[in-house]
Design a protein around this ligand. Structure first.
Ligand SMILES: [Zn+2]
Ligand SMILES: [Zn+2]
Ligand SMILES: [Zn+2]
Length: 152
């Protein structure tokens, strides 16, 4: 979904932190789960990857891990609160670390994804909650539109 980023190694301390958190939350830190976290922590920026893309990258390190195992592990990690899925386009959901609490803009024309601070919609979220008695969950879907280059 996202263009390949730098092949730099993920920062080991961030992977260790997440794995320690999984254990502290009562989850098992299996080799497959650790490999998934390594993939999602990614290079200099965090990643947004489909389950199939995560599987391909996990299998580069652990060739015996099946897609179904990755799906189950991602579900478990999501239930434990370490991974979140979101919908960026018409394709399959993508996953990222839940600690990355940001919103996403996606260009309908070129597919470019821009991240926004979570607080960007706080004021409108409050207003919607009061006026419409509805709590928005803006992290679950990207906001679609046109980037500057495509919108001119
Ligand atoms: Zn969803
Ligand atoms: Zn993200
Ligand atoms: Zn664009």
């Amino acid at each position: 979904v996202e263009r390949a980023r730098s092949s730099a190694q993920p920062p080991a301390h961030r992977v260790d932190d997440v794995v320690a958190g999984i254990r502290a939350a009562g989850g098992r830190a299996t080799p497959a789960r650790r490999a998934i976290v390594e993939v999602l922590v990614g290079g200099p920026h965090h990643q947004h990857l489909t389950a199939e893309e995560v599987t391909e990258r996990v299998q580069a390190v652990l060739p015996d891990v099946a897609l179904s195992t990755v799906y189950r592990s991602m579900e478990a990690l999501e239930e434990l609160g370490f991974v979140e899925h979101l919908h960026i386009g018409h394709g399959p959901a993508v996953y990222h670390l839940a600690a990355e609490q940001h919103l996403h803009l996606v260009c309908e024309s070129c597919g470019a994804v821009t991240e926004l601070p979570q607080s960007t919609l706080d004021a409108i979220g409050e207003e919607i909650r009061h006026r419409h008695r509805f709590r928005i969950e803006p992290r679950h879907f990207a906001l679609s539109g046109l980037c500057e280059e495509c919108g001119e």
